[in-house]
Design a protein around this ligand. Structure first.
Ligand code: DP6
Length: 320
C-alpha cells in the first residue's frame, strides 16, 4: 500500500484565472501550458489502516499546512472510508511562491494515491481528479505543450506538442522565495466578483488559445511570445483591478520585465510570463538560454535563477 510518484510543475502560457464551478473546481477558461523537466515534486503515499490520522512531511520536516487539501485529494481518488495516509513530499524549488508547486504536488499525489491503492486509472481520469484539487495540476499529468479545455461538466487535457517537438527552455528568476500573500484560489474568486475586466478576460480567452495553438503548431516563436505576454498581462490587469487589488509583483519583477524587453530589442528569442507570485519566467529558444540566464541573474533583487527544459507528465517512480 505504498507508491511514489513524481511530477513537474507547469507554466501557463495562456492562463487559467477564474472558476465556472467553485465546488467542483472547474475553470472558467481553457489554458495552455508547458511542463518543465528540471523542477520536481515527489510524493510518497503509504496507506495504512493502523494509522489514526493522515500525516505529512515536506523535505523531511513535519508540515501540516497542505495536509487538508492533500487529504481531500486522496479522498477523491480513493473514496470515503480509505485508510489514513503517511505522505512524504520532496521538492527542489520554493513552495507556494507562484512557481506552480501546487500543480506538481497535486499531480504527484493523485498518481501516487491511486497506485498505492492498487488502482490504475487512465491519465485522463487522473488529470480530472488532480484538477479537482488544483486546476493547474491537471496539466502536470501531461508533458510538453499541454492544452486544458472545458467540456460540458469536466475538463479535457491533452499534449498538443511533445517536448522534443519544440525544445524551448525556461529561465525562472526568483525575486522573493517566501510564500505568497494571497493564494490563487481566493484571489480568483475576488477577481470574478469584483474586477470590471473579468468578463472581457473570459470573452477573449478563446482567441488567445487559438493564436497560441497555431503558433505552437507552426513553431512560430514570435507569435507565441506576443500572445503569451498579452495573455499574462491581461490576467494581471484583472488581478490589479480586483477589490481588494491582487498585486503579486515587486520592483525586481519589473526590472526583470525590462531586462526581457532589452534582450528582445537585441534580437534574442525570449518572452516573459508571470503567475500568482513575483517570479518571472522567461521562455526562450535554446541558443539564447545562456544570455537570458546571465541577464536575469544580474538584475538587482533576483536571488536565484533556475533553468529548465520541457519535460514529461507525472509518473510513478517506484512500484506500489
Ligand atoms: C496564475 O491551479 O493554483 O498559475 O485551481 O484554485 O488551485 P486552484 O488554482 P491554481 O491557479 C493557477 C493560476 C495561475 C495560472 C495558470 O497556471 O494557468
Amino acid at each position: 500500500m505504498r507508491a511514489t510518484a513524481i511530477a513537474q510543475p507547469n507554466i501557463a502560457l495562456i492562463k487559467y484565472w477564474g472558476k465556472r464551478d467553485v465546488a467542483r473546481n472547474l475553470p472558467a477558461v481553457g489554458s495552455i501550458s508547458i511542463t518543465l523537466s528540471e523542477l520536481f515534486t515527489e510524493m510518497q503515499v503509504h496507506l495504512d489502516a493502523r494509522l489514526s490520522a493522515d500525516t505529512l512531511t515536506v523535505n523531511g520536516q513535519a508540515d501540516s499546512a497542505m495536509l487538508p487539501r492533500l487529504g481531500s485529494c486522496i479522498d477523491r481518488v480513493l473514496g470515503d472510508g480509505r485508510p489514513h495516509a503517511e505522505i512524504r513530499s520532496r521538492s527542489n524549488f520554493p513552495i507556494a511562491a507562484g512557481l506552480a508547486s501546487s500543480a506538481s504536488a497535486f499531480a504527484a499525489i493523485t498518481v501516487a494515491a491511486a497506485a498505492a491503492a492498487g488502482q490504475s486509472p487512465s491519465t485522463a481520469e487522473l488529470a480530472s481528479l488532480a484538477g479537482r484539487a488544483s486546476g493547474s495540476a491537471a496539466r502536470s499529468l501531461y508533458g510538453g505543450f499541454v492544452e486544458l479545455a472545458n467540456s460540458e461538466d469536466d475538463i479535457v487535457v491533452r499534449t498538443i506538442a511533445a517536448a522534443s517537438e519544440w525544445p524551448l527552455n525556461v529561465v525562472v528568476a526568483i525575486t522573493e522565495a517566501g510564500p505568497k500573500a494571497v493564494g490563487s484560489t481566493v484571489a480568483m474568486e475576488t477577481s470574478r466578483k469584483t474586477s470590471p475586466f473579468y468578463s472581457s478576460w473570459i470573452e477573449q480567452q478563446d482567441q488567445d488559445l487559438d493564436a497560441a495553438r497555431q503558433a505552437i503548431h507552426d513553431r512560430d516563436f514570435s507569435q507565441l511570445a506576443a500572445v503569451a505576454e498579452h495573455n499574462c498581462l491581461k490576467m494581471h490587469s484583472v488581478m490589479w483591478t480586483s477589490r481588494p487589488p491582487v498585486v503579486y509583483w515587486n520592483s525586481a519583477t519589473m526590472r526583470c520585465l525590462q531586462a526581457v524587453r532589452d534582450m528582445q530589442a537585441d534580437g534574442l528569442g525570449v518572452f516573459f510570463t508571470m503567475d500568482a507570485g513575483p517570479q518571472v519566467k522567461a521562455v526562450c529558444l535554446p541558443e539564447c538560454t545562456d544570455a537570458v540566464r546571465a541577464s536575469l541573474a544580474s538584475v538587482n533583487g533576483v536571488t536565484e535563477v533556475m533553468v529548465s527544459a520541457l519535460g514529461d507528465g507525472a509518473r510513478l517512480v517506484e512500484p506500489g
